[in-house]
Design a binder for this molecule. Sequence first.
Ligand code: PGA
Length: 258
Amino acid sequence: MKKSVRKAIIAGNWKMNKTRPEAKALLEEIKPLVANAAGNVEVIACVPFTNLETAMTVTEGSNVKIGAENVHFEKSGAFTGEISADMLIELGVEYVVIGHSERRQYFGETDETVNKRTKAALAAGLKPIVCVGELKWERECGITEEVVGKQVKLDLFDVSAEDAKKTVIAYEPVWAIGTGLTATPDQAEEVCAFIRATLAKMYDEATAEAITIQYGGSMNAANCAELLAKPNIDGGLIGGASLKAADFNVIVQAAVNG
Ligand code: PGA
């Protein structure tokens, strides 16, 4: 099958950046720039919890969708500081980043909790963006495929094919995140193709072909076109460059044209 059967998705991951007025200003700037992507490329801004309501209001009626950066797996209860899927749904949020390497590295996120969050998000009607990727030394040891294959299998354990098609996989080599070190287009394509082959084994070819796989890790205005031209790279999860409307738009336009 061809890349054209899949939805291209460019998602900004704002991380812990932007107050509400700043979020409003950035989204107001982004909206008109990316309006031409409607119906062609899905444009998402994943913003801090405190910005969600503002972001929903500012983007209403536009083609910019809003995502959260995490979600808890329980429906409610004594989980101080956590946010449930129902709380996000009630706000109108559509996407949620799950298992970002920063959460794995700093907040004790494991494949087991990523799997639980993914299933809870899907059950509530959210579309998860599940992040996977190897550490620098894992790549140097030659075990990138083992690491990423294990993450994909564990993170999507017990997720039906139908739900897997609503899930986005973001391949983010940890050594490339926020470092300015981007995987080469060939390195990124190799792993994204491997992820798709893994999904084909877990589900079937048609399901694997339908799942959007993004690359993330220092994707920017200068390198996006080459990355997005690769057959198994269907979009990007963008950190630093998503905080500048012009740069983010260059990436969106590369996806529109690619
Ligand atoms: P970066 O972040 O684009 O700043 O490297 C990507 C991410 O963490 O999703």
